[in-house]
Design a protein around this ligand. Structure first.
Ligand code: ADP
Ligand code: MG
Length: 238
């Protein structure tokens, strides 16, 4: 676990600035949800946390380390994407162990970690199956398993449920929350779905056009929205 500090972060693509000075403090073990309309800069910010996109200005720290110039592999972060493409030619166990293999872990260590993750995610009976033999929800759990085996300081989720049907989405929300309660890993979770934000977050960060409109607990945002945008987005009568 680790705290994460995002301080006055700006991001431009060419002359086009998409993040205009974003500051978000995240406590150790917190489940923070970034929410906002499509195009407001959520994925860009998450990719910067992961080290997949450079920072135009400002700083990002994980724990007590500024990571602006630290490579993704050295950041101790695991990311679950929206399109959680599993490797079709690998079993569940191989999919889950692959990132450890890339990091030169021993096969004993890989087996141990894959087994533990499989138990946490109720995937133990499915370890020898191939992705095509799994349901959508099971595939999503394997995608999470790939992140868990790394035992990272921080989990990043980018709209992980948006390709699932409504019923499965509700079930997976609960699973992800239970996982967080169990592992207590600091989590930054991106969604454009306000219900997901309201039900999952310790803290919600409402973004709009590259700025943070407001952050607070779901109740704070619902009860005391700072402006019309937040009120409209969170769905309270402002
Ligand atoms: P969100 O995830 O909130 O939908 P994004 O972070 O994906 O938003 O995108 C924010 C803005 O940055 C959008 O206007 C998008 O078109 C732009 N953008 C994202 N990535 C790039 C890129 N690699 N090059 C140019 N523009 C980009
Ligand atoms: Mg996005």
């Amino acid at each position: 676990m680790s705290s994460v500090q995002i301080r006055d972060v700006r991001k431009s693509f060419g002359n086009f600035e998409v993040l205009h000075g974003v500051s978000i403090p995240i406590e150790d073990g917190q489940f923070v949800v970034l929410v906002g309309p499509s195009g407001c800069g959520k994925s860009t910010l998450l990719r910067m946390l992961a080290g997949l996109e450079n920072i135009t200005s400002g700083t990002i720290s994980i724990g007590d380390r500024v990571v602006n110039n630290i490579q993704p592999k050295e950041r101790d972060i695991a990311m679950v994407f929206q399109n959680y493409a599993l490797y079709p030619h690998m079993t569940v166990a191989e999919n889950m162990g692959f990132s450890l293999k890339l990091r030169n872990a021993s096969s004993d260590e890989i087996n141990k970690r894959v087994k533990r993750a499989a138990e946490i995610l109720a995937l133990a009976p499915l370890l020898e199956r191939y992705p095509r033999q799994l349901s959508g929800g099971q595939r999503q759990r394997v995608a999470m398993g790939r992140a868990i085996v790394r035992d990272p300081q921080v989990f990043l989720f980018d709209e992980p449920l948006s390709n699932l049907d409504a019923k499965l989405r509700v079930a997976m929300r609960t699973e992800i929350k239970e996982l967080h309660q169990r592992l207590k890993t600091t989590t930054v979770y991106v969604t454009h779905d306000q219900i997901e934000a309201m039900t999952m977050a310790d803290k919600i960060v409402v973004m709009h056009d590259g700025i943070v409109e407001q952050m607070g607990t779901p109740l704070e945002l619902y009860d005391k929205p700072d402006n019309q945008f937040v009120a409209g987005f969170i769905g309270s009568p402002a």
